[in-house]
Design a protein around this ligand. Structure first.
Ligand code: TXA
Ligand code: MG
Length: 351
């Protein structure tokens, strides 16, 4: 299959191009598009064949449900059964934006889209290209992140081209994504709202709107993480993984640099290519084949935005082993560390 790549400027949307992309979706094709979090791989959410094609293109296990993207709250009742008041308050505060809600599904949503579950994940993205495409499609786009299953989520059109060229009909290049980590997922099908995946919308922001929230024990990093089954099926898979082995090194900053340098020297002595993930403030402290700064310690948004791109960069560089600093930043550190720990297979070394 030949994949068309088109460029759409988010600040000056080409209506004719969007309408061509919407037509591809309506006729059962797949279109990758930018959102404010990461690029999504879109198909008609109400067409079971489209969902099957999405799983095939990504190489994704079919028990891992897709998020349905809408552009208008008026479209919500057709795909859900009931909308709890708390969910309504959160929608008011966070939609359109990087938030996904788990709700009971209506019969309009085929089981192929929800991995057989009787709940549906719904998100209203704020990216203008995403919003325009959803409207052109007619209302409901199923979209996982537009990466091959297991690889870091795409934050640039070039990442999507790398993973999905030849497997889908169209890729819309709308520039780099702003947030760089996937949406926060909150489950509203239990008594108390539960965070199933941390993201830019932090626990504190959710508590400000909702009062008490719980965190799904299945996503907590640490010793139990592999034993407690997460409620979002996707959270149980190895993910975001670069081809190299990745280790996170924790401790006081000076100790971390010394530890990483000695580990990297030992690996280099074995003939392995080494990489380090550092911050702007610390990059100068390291000796390795490749050292990347994800951002300043003072700018957690930059760290989030660059993380997946840096993980992919190491693959291009042919690095064999990567050592990363830890980034437990105040607001979105939980989301950053969730992705980094998964990428590392929870391998943490204490300096
Ligand atoms: O920011 C995002 O959410 C991006 C952009 C494209 O919108 N999408 C995204 O989709 O990250 P994906 O498929 O890569 O991740 C969806 C996650 C998976 O972990 C999946 O298991 C979970 O959402 N999920 C989907 N439906 C669910 C449901 N009904 N119950 C529990 N978890 C669900
Ligand atoms: Mg994904």
């Amino acid at each position: 299959m030949e994949t068309q790549v088109i460029r759409i400027d988010p600040d000056d949307i080409d209506a004719a191009a969007i309408s061509r992309a919407g037509e591809i979706l309506r006729s059962g094709g797949l279109v990758a598009f930018p959102t404010e979090t990461v690029y999504g791989l879109g198909g008609d959410a109400l067409n079971p064949d489209s969902s099957r094609k999405i799983y095939a293109a990504k190489g994704r296990p079919s028990d891992n449900p897709l998020i349905v993207h809408i552009a208008d709250l008026e479209h919500l009742p057709a795909i859900t059964r009931g909308f709890p008041t708390a969910a309504g308050r959160l929608a008011e505060a966070c939609w359109p934006g990087p938030l996904t809600m788990i709700l009971k599904k209506s019969d309009a949503v085929p089981p192929e889209t929800t991995g057989g579950l009787d709940t549906v994940a719904v998100r209203m993205p704020s990216h203008p290209v995403a919003a325009a495409l959803i409207a052109a499609e007619g209302g409901y786009i199923a979209a996982p992140s537009a990466n091959v299953s297991g690889r870091p989520s795409p934050t640039k059109a070039s990442h999507v081209i790398e993973d999905l060229s030849g497997r889908i009909d169209m890729i819309i290049d709308g520039g780099d994504t702003d947030i760089g980590l996937e949406s926060t997922i909150v489950d509203f099908t239990e008594d108390i709202p539960v965070i199933l995946r941390p993201g830019y919308i932090s626990r504190r922001m959710l508590e400000d709107v909702l009062g008490a929230v719980r965190v799904d024990p299945g996503i907590r990093e640490g010793a139990d993480a592999e034993r407690v089954r997460p409620k979002a099926p996707g959270m149980k898979y190895r993910h975001y993984a670069p081809r190299a082995e990745l280790f996170i090194v924790e401790g006081a900053p000076g100790d971390v640099a010394a530890k990483i340098n000695s580990l990297a020297a030992a690996a280099a002595a074995e003939g392995r290519r080494t990489g380090v993930i550092a911050s702007e403030e610390t990059r100068g402290n390291y000796a390795a084949d490749t050292v990347y700064a994800v951002g300043s310690r003072e700018d957690e948004l930059a760290i989030a935005r660059h993380l997946f791109g840096v993980l992919r960069q190491f693959d291009d560089d042919g690095v064999d082993v990567i050592y990363s600093e830890s980034f437990n930043t105040p607001e979105i550190g939980a989301a950053i560390m969730n992705r980094l720990l998964k990428a590392a297979g929870h391998r943490v070394i204490t300096a």
